[in-house]
Design a protein around this ligand. Structure first.
Ligand code: ADP
Length: 441
């Protein structure tokens, strides 16, 4: 078993990993930038090491500094968390070359899945249904025109190296295609140093449904049911729930079988997610995220499985502690992401509690929200016996949540949860626009 982990991340996910380490009897060492010197993860960890100045490029994305920090602090493994270097094959390779365990799939698997065009080809090879689109990346405008005409407008231009909704543009008419390709490709080049793009049919109001998968080095692969992440703003998730109101037992079984077949064909170890769009009861593969996701607690609440602990177990070479038969989806869970609308110092913090309520956060009175990183400051997750009970509990919990000194989206999340559209359970990824109309914003 791994005995000592360098946490190569910050914020709430660093706190989450430190907590898992403590429960497993593993020593945790948090890598921090100058901006996070007094953060909760640093205070909670057994040890902490400064890895550079505030700019992420010089600290949380600084591979040599992170690897030396792990070696010098005598860690035997590195947990990359989410974002930053969590899907960076080069980082996984450097960690492994230094003789340490990377908590995630092998570098080659990360690299294959990080190229969405290759990932889609792999899915096709495993008979997983995919969204109709160009067979590979777009070679030139002529080929793109031919592909788009065949797929039918509207089409969406996506970056092969994509992530965080960057390099993604919708095109409704052929005359706009050349210009949109150029913009998307330039954006992808800037964000990922790779301007490769591909085309897909643009589904106007699909559901975003993803399955949590766990795999170990013995070849065991299990899925933990789905999460519905259709409530999005600029293709970024805001609210996630499980089960999805768009998934019945039959569809869950089909998606589960596809997930297990695809992951079993890959050299996969640890936690991963397969993302689908669902329209008219049919599912279409979108991509695989080769890491743990922000919304993993939703699945933990309905399955009772500690996903971070399973990741660590699998990385240690141990078998998963559960089999598919052990997975029992109980009740309903929903997560609201609490984002800071501006940086600052928290002058007052009172998190909700009570039955079925969980808060994953790095905040406390006096905590600093630096201006350099992601705006996510807390995740509020609740469990209920069914969706009605879960949503009532979420409204109650949001109403208790007090954060002063840093403006947040808590009130807006309450509006979303209480909206007729969201409560009705019938919607697609464009739901936020409908909710905003309903509440008059
Ligand atoms: P990223 O990795 O950049 O987050 P994804 O491929 O995961 O990009 O897509 C993010 C979101 O973009 C999806 O949840 C969905 O809302 C939208 N999207 C992606 N592809 C399509 C498509 N073909 N049709 C409609 N919406 C799409």
């Amino acid at each position: 078993m791994i005995s000592s982990i360098l946490v190569a991340n910050r914020g709430e996910i660093a706190v989450r990993i430190v907590r898992a380490c403590r429960e497993l009897g593993i020593r945790s060492v948090v890598a921090f930038s100058d901006a996070d010197r007094h953060s909760l993860a640093v205070r909670m960890a057994d040890e902490a090491v400064c890895i550079g100045p505030p700019a992420a490029s010089e600290s949380y994305l600084n591979i040599p500094n992170l690897v030396s920090a792990a070696v010098l602090s005598h860690c035997d493994a590195v947990h990359p968390g989410v974002g930053f270097l969590s899907e960076n094959a080069g980082f996984a390779r450097e960690v492994t070359d230094a003789g340490l365990v990377f908590i995630g799939p092998p570098a080659e698997t990360i690299s294959l899945l990080g190229d969405k065009v290759q990932a889609k080809q792999t899915a096709i090879g495993q008979q997983v249904p995919v969204i109709p689109g160009s067979t590979g990346s777009v070679a030139d405008i002529e080929a793109a025109r031919r592909d788009a005409a065949e797929i039918g407008y509207p089409v969406i231009v996506k970056a092969a190296a994509g992530g965080g909704g960057k390099g993604m543009r919708i095109c409704h008419r052929e005359e706009d295609l050349a210009g949109i390709l150029q913009i998307a490709s330039a954006e992808a080049q800037k964000a990922f140093s790779d301007g490769t793009v591909y085309l897909e049919k643009y589904l106007t109001s699909p559901r975003h449904v993803e399955l949590q998968v766990l795999a170990d080095s013995q070849g065991n692969v299990v899925h933990l049911g789905e999460r519905d992440c259709s409530v999005q703003e600029n293709h970024q998730k805001l609210v996630e729930e499980s089960p999805s109101t768009a998934v019945d037992d039959d569809l869950r079984e089909k998606m589960g079988a596809d997930a297990i077949r695809l992951f079993s064909s890959l050299d996969y170890v640890g936690a991963g997610t397969i993302e689908f769009l669902v329209e008219d009861g049919r599912h279409y593969f979108m991509e695989v995220n080769a890491r743990v996701q922000v919304e993993h607690p939703v699945t933990e609440m309905v399955t009772g499985v500690d996903i971070i602990a399973e990741q660590i177990r699998a990385a240690s070479g141990e078998p998963l502690s559960i089999t598919q038969d052990d997975i029992d989806l109980r009740g309903y869970a929903v997560e609201c992401r609490v984002n800071a609308k501006a940086p600052g110092t928290v002058t007052h913090y009172y998190p909700p509690g009570g039955f079925g309520t969980r808060v994953d956060s790095f905040l406390h009175t006096g905590a600093i929200v630096p201006p350099f990183y992601d705006s996510l400051v807390a995740k509020l997750i609740v469990h209920g016996r069914d969706r009605d009970e879960g949503l009532a509990r979420m409204d109650r919990a949001l109403s208790e949540f007090e954060i002063a000194g840093v403006p947040t989206n808590i009130e807006r999340q309450r509006d979303i949860i209480n909206s007729r559209v969201f409560q009705g359970g019938v919607f697609g990824t464009d739901v936020l626009a409908h909710i905003m109309k309903e509440i008059g914003q």
